[in-house]
Design a protein around this ligand. Structure first.
Ligand code: 4BW
Length: 142
């Protein structure tokens, strides 16, 4: 019978950086809104020019930033930069991190950023791929 392990690392489950929708911290909110809308994701990583992880930007953070007291201030979309609005608290792991650590973090985070020892962005681990692995484990090992 096929055996599925939960002790393996996370590298095989990771979506590589080349396939992840990202923005740079110096991009305008308008650009970030475009990337979020076209990719269909509600939150994506923010990187600097050297591809180092800096934060996360989401649709709700952008909307909150452009919401004035009485109306939406659309001009802020081109005036403000992603770094002014992004969430700097990011759930992250190293590529050689354990599956259990990923599972634990994914309870509160829809995805985890994977970085190397220089904080360079390598990819993401999604809640979907973690759940799929747990599902396979339960299906084939119980
Ligand atoms: O455009 C989409 N394509 C696919 N294949 N699935 C999507 C898409 N948009 C949403 N989904 C599904 C996924 O199952 O909805 C879930 C929640 O999406 P989110 O959070 O709220 O945009 C998705 O679950 P998931 O694959 O476990 O991904 C969790 C979160 O990881 C997403 C998004 O914030 C981020 N993410 C996933 N793939 C990404 C990505 N961010 C940038 N680029 C990617 N390729």
């Amino acid at each position: 019978m096929k055996q599925v392990s939960l002790d393996n690392g996370i590298e095989k489950l990771m979506i590589p950086g080349s396939k992840v929708a990202i923005v740079q911290e110096g991009n305008s909110l308008e650009h970030a809104l475009l990337v979020l809308t076209k990719s269909g994701y509600s939150a994506i990583p923010v990187l600097d020019r050297e591809y180092k992880l800096k934060g996360l930007i989401s649709m709700s953070l952008i909307l909150d930033a452009i919401l004035g007291i009485e109306k939406i201030e659309y001009e802020k979309l081109s005036e403000m930069k992603v770094e002014e609005v992004m969430n700097r608290k990011v759930a992250w792991m190293r590529e050689n991190g354990s599956f259990f650590r990923g599972l634990e973090l994914s309870i509160n985070h829809p995805f985890l950023c994977i970085v190397d020892e220089n904080n360079t962005f390598i990819g993401i681990l999604t809640r979907k791929s973690i759940l799929a692995q747990v599902h396979n484990y339960l299906k084939f090992n119980t």
